[in-house]
Design a protein around this ligand. Sequence first.
Ligand code: ZN
Length: 280
Amino acid sequence: MQITKLICPTSKYAIKCPFLMTPEGITVHNTANDASAMAEASYMLGNNNQVSVHSFVDDTRVVEAIEQYRNAWANGDGVNGFGNRKTISVEICYSKSGGERFDKAENLAAEYIASLLKKYGWGIDKVKKHQDWNGKYCPHRTLDLGWQRFLNKVQSYLGTTSAPVNNSKGGADQILRVGSIVRIDKTLTVTGVNAKSNLIAIQELTGTPTSSIHWFDPTNFDVVEGPKKAQQVCTVGCKVKLKGNYKVLGLVKTEDWACKLKIGNRTNWVWTNPCYEVQD
Ligand SMILES: [Zn+2]
């Protein structure tokens, strides 16, 4: 099972997932749309609507977009609703037109949900439908085809599926390709400054700098905390954020996955872990 993890940036927690959550169940949805899981998740994380979903599943992969220890706004049952505050919401893609790719997405969702039941030590009774929380006819196509039929599918996977290995580092689980568009949304700490060349090092992005590919052109970074000096972008220890989106120019697996990005006037290799894919 291919699980791609997109991390909701903390800057969007207030909109998308403001509350900590200890999940007590799973809610199944259909997107009523014909977009892929990656497109749905990117759209959801990219807008500022108070609508959010933990995971999207299409015919080829699962995309996890909200941490399961935070709530999501998917169930229309209000700020304190059980659906919104206690359940992991899973959207099944391609339900608008249905057909073979929806059937495959539903199968993969059943496998994924079975793996979550195992992870949390739950039985099939923990699988709910959006309709249970506010009456909305969702998951519409899954209901048309038969809810019990879907539960039976989940049940059948319970016998064969093991709990997913949660690779929070992203890396191989995040399916970046050459040509993917990424951004790095976290606040970073400058760990080295070469004042003579006006370059900075950031350990979180590259590990300890060992060659020129690990030194960054500072012009694409905003200093968010700490003094900015005249001849250099900032001092060691100051906090910066990388502006803009970047195209992945290359990928390599060393001790972890790294990708090649052109940042300012330099080409750098950075870990894929802090990269957040905005376009597949
Ligand atoms: Zn729904």
